[in-house]
Ligand binder design. Structure first.
Ligand SMILES: Nc1nc2c(c(=O)[nH]1)N[C@H]1C(S)=C(S)[C@@H](COP(=O)(O)OP(=O)(O)OC[C@H]3O[C@@H](n4cnc5c(=O)[nH]c(N)nc54)[C@H](O)[C@@H]3O)O[C@H]1N2
Ligand SMILES: Nc1nc2c(c(=O)[nH]1)N[C@H]1C(S)=C(S)[C@@H](COP(=O)(O)OP(=O)(O)OC[C@H]3O[C@@H](n4cnc5c(=O)[nH]c(N)nc54)[C@H](O)[C@@H]3O)O[C@H]1N2
Ligand SMILES: [Mo]
Length: 829
């Protein structure tokens, strides 16, 4: 997968796969209703815009955003929209371009151990862009493309034109070649393993429609999946349509018309909302549980041999392992599984019988593959589903993404607007055409970006290839927060000592900016005009993102920033195609309108802009893999054989001990509940996705943070029993630590958490007491403690959830939180 695969995929989906599926649905207000619904406010001071958190109407008074309401089509808005005003007016906003003190003095020869010491000097835009440009020149002329790294673009704010990663990439691509990345942080293991097994990434594929699941499934299993929490946000402007279906599911559970089981160590928000059943499992041991289930299905003859014969390959190669006839001579019986996963053998048997007794829809979340050997639960999940024989049937089979961006809401089939191009225009070449990478790989699996600095030139395995890690000298980050998403802060500090120059473009003083040398203030999405898809997968419409206020302080749009950069080497007109913001919006919109033609009529741009949105009829319900089931020859999967591969000859040929030719249970490098290192660090720390943030975004929104912080720190969720044992009360300050790092956090004691499990939500801002290695984190970033190892040699994905810690009541004088409010502005010496 490439840097922009997620976006490219979404565009592809809207254009082709679902083009023929159009029919009105009875469940939602349709365009006619939405049209007649009164706007949340009227008059020119109310504007409409879209965001990851949904579409909103915002009231502007006296040049300030003063009120935010959900767009009237959004029947299930997230409370996070109430954090938007705090995000715009956060005290952490970057006001001016700034340069790290020592870097300004000594440039690329600066003392890099000072990175993160918070001393920055204010400079003008011209100075900042001149410095940025001279570094691009220096790197290309004194090293070459192997020394320039553009960090993987992450959850940039929405909007197809201003999508900031494309601006950074197009400008840098015009200058010269660089080191890019492969994979992503979300589904790094899943998106690599599943093409071998099911022929596509699955994680970014449209799934069986909720309507069909509601109608046909007897049992729904949410496996490490928390849709009620995670569907609050979407990749494009979120519609929250899935919540209507979750509400129906809740009603069916109450009436005992469906059984829903959540397999999760934690009682999730979804469980609490649905009132569904809970199946506890020891953290990181799902594969052992699945083996126990598979063993039961096979030995009790509950498996579908006909399906295995007709649609899969290699079951006979997996069977000896399952039955204990393989080299480990261990049958994967429920009794064997119980010792590892903590689920009673009898319960495993009953669960297997239940799954086989009727239509069962397995729904996996992603956290379970953000762990060491994260490929295995997904592969073994597919094997379980294949044994049940319901793949491709309505309400049966397997899904890997019903918690993401309203997957399961049918796609309208309409084309969505394209984006600002990240590549050069046809026939154009960069200023520096040098492609001599000196034997280094031009691509790093994204999660191995720190290894590349600490182990220069190391050759690693990655998905059947050898990758020689390039020791890049300069890194550029835009639309991502590297110092939130990447694991192991102290290791990162050491690695960053080796970087000559770091540029960060953001609108807020994240830790990534603090550990950078040149910091450029972008504006937020609320300070620019744009258009976006309404519904990432459902394609329910196109939304206008009307600028609410002008860019704050001296911030600029990413478009203006990178146009300014390209101007320095005479390519700005080519960069912008000589068009301004509104011309681009009209261009992107009109292209989309042309593509949709009469099938999905759209008004001309000006009319659309004044109204603020266009809605399309909902798509037709759909069953994933139904075509394959209908005709496995004609609709062969994208696997090497065209069938579901229970054994993969290709993977086996790589000879990876940590990812052999069929799914296996493997012990983890560390694990709670009796696993390795659990004596010293008995608590499993999961870094689940935050309920009231989008990763690190909005952590700096003060009114929002006030709703969950404890004594100004990130909450650490823990069980009443673990708290009691350690003399900790709800609301206490506690220190969470392991050999990799330590953070000061607030104890949130909750019976949703079992003994041995704590949660520190990812995206909590990193605020160390100083730049030195080992410094205490004053706010509660989980990646202060997580380990930076690849999932396996196959995917090399992050393993953040393989992490154990200890917690103690904090007795000393608590240092102030340093994470927010930006750095210290100093005068140049
Ligand atoms: N421990 C642990 N770590 C994890 C995870 C986990 O589960 N546990 N999850 C991983 C996952 S799944 C993900 S997706 C990553 C998320 O990692 P990121 O995508 O890096 O996370 P965000 O916090 O969304 O960072 C986006 C940054 O872009 C900035 N930004 C937004 N819009 C714009 C714009 O228009 N212009 C510019 N210039 N900047 C902009 C924001 O201010 C923010 O700082 O984290 C990963 N890290
Ligand atoms: N509110 C909100 N929603 C989001 C995001 C956000 O930041 N905030 N981020 C979005 C993004 S980028 C992504 S990648 C997705 C993330 O989607 P996921 O990765 O699926 O989400 P998580 O919340 O990390 O974890 C989901 C559930 O997995 C459980 N779990 C963790 N480890 C295990 C395990 O070993 N076994 C079992 N059985 N269960 C386990 C957790 O307890 C949790 O209930 O969410 C998206 N949605
Ligand atoms: Mo993600």
């Amino acid at each position: 997968m490439t840097q922009n695969s997620r976006r490219v995929f979404l565009k592809g989906l809207s254009l082709s796969t679902v083009a023929a599926l159009v029919s009105p649905s009875l469940l939602f207000p349709r365009e006619s209703e939405a049209k007649t619904a009164a706007p949340a406010g009227s008059g020119s001071d109310w504007k409409i815009t879209g965001s990851h958190w949904g579409a909103i109407r915002a009231r502007v008074a006296g040049g300030k955003v003063v009120e935010v309401k959900a767009f009237e089509f959004d029947k299930y808005p997230t409370e996070m929209i109430q954090g938007i005003i705090g995000l715009i007016y956060s005290p952490s906003r970057i006001r001016y371009p700034m340069v790290r003190l020592d870097w300004l003095k000594k440039r690329h020869l600066s003392d890099t151990t000072q990175r993160g010491d918070n001393r920055f000097v204010r400079v003008t835009w011209d100075q900042a862009l001149d410095l940025f440009y001279s570094e691009l020149e220096r790197i290309q002329t004194s090293y070459g493309p192997w020394a320039m790294h553009t960090g993987l673009v992450g959850w940039r704010q929405t909007g197809q034109f201003h999508t900031c990663g494309n601006h950074m990439l197009r400008a840098i691509n015009m200058h010269g070649h660089t080191i890019s990345t492969a994979g992503d942080y979300s589904t790094g293991a899943g998106q690599v393993i599943l093409p071998y097994v099911l022929g596509s990434t699955e994680v970014y594929s449209q799934g069986t429609s909720w309507e069909i699941i509601l109608k046909e499934s007897k049992t729904v299993i949410f496996w490490a999946s928390d849709p009620v929490k995670n569907l609050q946000v979407g990749w494009n402007c979120e519609t929250h349509e899935s919540f209507a279906y979750l509400e129906q599911l809740k009603n069916k559970i109450a009436k005992k018309e469906i059984r829903v089981i959540s397999i999760d160590p934690v009682r999730s928000k979804t469980q609490n909302y649905l009132g569904c059943e809970k199946q506890y499992v020891n953290p990181l041991t799902d594969v052992a549980l699945m083996m126990g289930l598979a063993h039961t299905l096979y030995t009790e003859k509950l498996h579908d041999q006909k399906f295995l014969d007709s649609y899969t390959l290699g079951f006979e190669k997996f069977l000896p392992y399952l039955l204990g006839q393989g080299s480990d001579k261990t049958a994967k019986t429920p009794e064997w599984a119980e010792k590892i996963c903590g689920v009673k053998a009898q319960q495993i048997r009953e669960l297997a019988r239940l799954m086989a007794s009727g239509r069962t829809q397995l729904i996996f979340g992603w956290a379970v593959q953000r762990q060491q050997h994260g490929e295995q639960p997904y592969w073994m999940g597919a094997v379980l589903a294949a044994m049940l024989g319901q793949i491709g049937l309505p309400g049966g089979g397997i899904s890997y993404a019903h918690h993401y961006s309203s997957i399961g809401v049918p796609s309208s089939g309409a084309a969505m607007p394209g984006s600002f191009p990240l590549n050069l225009d046809p026939g154009k070449k960069p200023k520096y055409t040098n492609t001599d990478y000196k034997g280094y790989s031009p691509m790093i699996p994204c999660a191995r970006a720190i290894d590349a600095l600490l182990e220069p030139g190391k050759v690693i395995d990655y998905n059947g290839q050898k990758v020689k890690l390039p020791p890049y000298k300069m890194a550029i980050y835009s639309g991502c927060n590297q110092w939130h998403r990447q694991q192991d802060r102290n290791r990162m500090k050491k690695a960053f000592h080796r970087l000559e120059t770091v540029v960060a473009v953001d609108f807020t003083w994240t830790a990534t900016c603090r550990f950078a040398d040149i910091v450029l203030p972008a504006c937020t999405q609320f300070e620019r005009n744009d258009i976006d898809a309404y519904g990432s997968y459902s394609g329910r419409g196109v939304i206008a993102m009307q600028k609410l206020v002008d860019p704050l302080f001296s911030s600029k749009t990413d478009f203006e920033i990178f146009r300014g950069l390209t101007q320095r080497f005479g390519r700005d007109k080519e960069y912008s195609r000589n068009m301004n913001e509104m011309q681009w919006l009209e261009f992107l919109y009109e292209n989309c309108r042309k593509e949709n033609d009469k099938k999905f009529p759209m008004p001309p741009f000006k009319e659309f802009w004044a109204k603020g949105f266009v809605l399309f009829p909902a798509g037709k319900p759909w069953v994933r893999h139904a075509d394959f089931r209908e005709d496995a020859e004609l609709n062969a999967l994208g696997t090497p054989s065209g069938f579901i591969e229970i054994f993969s000859r290709k993977i086996a040929s790589y000879n990876y001990a940590d990812c052999p030719g069929h799914p296996v249970w493997m012990e983890k490098s560390e694990r709670s509940h009796g696993g390795p290192n659990s004596k010293r660090f008995p608590l499993w720390m999961q870094s689940a996705h935050p309920d009231k943030r989008l990763h690190s975004q909005m952590c700096d929104s003060e009114p929002m943070r006030a709703t969950y912080a404890i004594q100004g720190r990130e909450p650490l969720f823990m069980s009443p029993e673990d708290a009691r044992q350690r003399g900790i009360k709800h609301g206490d300050l506690v220190r969470v630590f392991n050999d990799r790092g330590q953070a000061l956090v607030g104890a949130h004691v909750s019976s949703d958490f079992p003994k041995g499990v704590v949660r520190l939500q990812e995206g909590a801002w990193y605020g160390p007491t100083g730049p030195e290695i080992g410094a205490l984190d004053t706010y509660g970033d989980p990646n202060t403690m997580t380990q930076d190892i690849g999932s396996s040699r196959l995917a090399q994905a992050i393993s953040a959830n393989t992490c154990v810690v200890e917690v103690e009541k904090y007795k000393g004088k608590a240092p102030a939180v340093t994470a927010f409010g930006g750095p210290t502005e100093v005068m140049p010496e």
